[in-house]
Design a protein around this ligand. Structure first.
Ligand SMILES: Cc1cc2nc3c(=O)[nH]c(=O)nc-3n(C[C@H](O)[C@H](O)[C@H](O)COP(=O)(O)OP(=O)(O)OC[C@H]3O[C@@H](n4cnc5c(N)ncnc54)[C@H](O)[C@@H]3O)c2cc1C
Length: 392
């Protein structure tokens, strides 16, 4: 892979909206990605392997629980800092960002928000340091966009719960020590349970043959009469709103992360367009290539503004789930389109692993599907503005 020469575009001087702390956090993540992720990521993606050696570095830059209070090992940062960290990691690779998102928003967040003090003390410091990795089991083989119909269930057996069912498409599953699993009790109410590797009847087979998020490990969670201790139930929230609350946090991070992937594609294409000569001129001098580049920077700038404003609203507690849906949907779509256009600017070189564009492009196919598909987020906006429910 070519050396990482990334220079972040900031066409509207958005840095002026950031505090000194935001810039410090962002720059630390940016430097770390250049140093530790860019040199190895293409190789790991080609081999379809998660680079476990970066776990400690992810913890050091605050990527595991950026906004979780420091008393639990988190970085105690605000929502904009969380977003900026996700942006920088995804600039390196969406699969690595997925690992960090899952750990922070889908594992640490529910334990922090819905768990009791003993659960917070037991799990959060180890998850923040990366000593333990976690995964989040919501999707099932027959229930993706409609998780409310899940069939994974648990029964009260007096001194423990008995868990049965299966989850599919679970990021981090093959190596996670801890799984936050959503299952129905005997009354059909959804609860979160903390399942640990080593519990009898619990297995996590890896999902192979992915052309997307190849540097992120994906697997199934299989529960065959797993005895879960009663103290592993998350006591403070139940119902579908509990997992959806986690998804709000993760989708917000994705809205920032996608900007990172788009910035990387744009930056590479811009540099290439000034160096690559055809017909005696740099290809960046042709109007057709300028149109592509000008539209890219326009879309990136709009997405940056959307994410920043959403971050302010997240921080003051006013962002709605529908507003988060809009940003996730818009920014991922923006990134996937930019990756496609950027690849064309590089001609044949665009399909090789010499540049990160093709990898971003393939990764974004998962990002546009997980955490609510492109269509589902559109319907969430539709419901919000009309008050009419297209899901029923
Ligand atoms: C790489 C990867 C990692 C993932 N990681 C996790 C994870 O860590 N944890 C987890 O729980 N899940 C995870 N997922 C699962 C992901 O969230 C689901 O794939 C996603 O929610 C879509 O579900 P599905 O694949 O079953 O598609 P389906 O729900 O079957 O949807 C198929 C198509 O139908 C459309 N559709 C569905 N319902 C409607 C409707 N009402 N109206 C119009 N169109 C509709 C969808 O938009 C989509 O285009 C991951 C997925 C991938 C690919």
């Amino acid at each position: 892979m070519k050396p990482d020469l990334f220079e972040a575009p900031d066409y509207y001087n958005l840095d002026e909206l950031l505090t000194e702390e935001h810039k410090l956090v962002r720059n630390a993540a940016r430097d770390w990605v250049k140093r530790e992720v860019s040199p190895i990521i293409e190789d790991f993606a080609q081999r379809a392997e998660f680079p476990k050696q970066i776990i400690n570095g992810l913890a050091d830059i605050g990527a595991f629980g950026p906004y979780i209070p420091m008393e639990y090992g988190g970085a105690g940062l605000d929502q904009i800092s969380y977003g900026l960290i996700m942006q920088e990691i995804e600039r390196g690779d969406s699969g690595v960002r997925s690992t960090a998102s899952v750990q922070s928003s889908l594992v640490m967040y529910p334990i922090w928000k819905y768990g009791n003090e003993a659960q917070r003390q037991k799990y959060l410091p180890k998850l923040a340091s990366g000593e333990w990795m976690g995964c989040f089991g919501l999707t099932e083989p027959d229930h993706g966009s409609n998780p409310g119909d899940m069939v994974t269930n648990f029964k009260d057996k007096g001194d423990h719960y008995l868990l049965n069912g299966a989850k599919m498409w679970i990021s981090n599953a093959p190596f996670a020590q801890v799984a936050v699993v959503w299952a129905k009790n005997e009354e059909g109410r959804i609860h979160g349970l903390i399942v640990e590797r080593g519990m009898q009847g619990f297995s996590t087979p890896e999902t192979h043959n992915k052309w997307s998020l190849r540097a992120s490990a994906t697997g199934e969670l299989i529960f065959d009469n797993v005895k879960v201790p009663k103290e592993n139930l998350l006591p403070n929230k139940s119902g579908l709103g509990a997992p959806l609350g986690c998804l709000d946090s993760a989708r917000y991070g994705i809205a920032w992360g996608a900007i990172g992937a788009a910035m990387d594609c744009y930056d590479i294409a811009l540099r290439y367009s000034k160096e690559r000569m055809q017909f005696g001129k740099p290809i960046g001098q042709f109007q057709l290539q300028q149109k592509k580049l000008a539209e890219m920077i326009t879309e990136i700038t709009k997405a940056q503004l959307l994410a920043w404003r959403l971050g302010v609203m997240r921080e003051n507690g006013t962002a709605t789930s529908a507003q988060i849906s809009m940003a996730k949907r818009n920014n991922v779509d923006m990134a996937i389109n930019i990756a496609r256009e950027a690849r064309q600017i590089l001609g044949g070189m665009g399909i090789t692993g010499e540049y990160s564009i093709m990898r971003h492009s393939m990764n974004l196919e998962s990002v546009i599907t997980y955490e609510g598909t492109h269509d589902i987020h559109l319907l969430i906006t539709g419901l919000d503005i009309t008050g009419l429910n297209a899901f029923k």
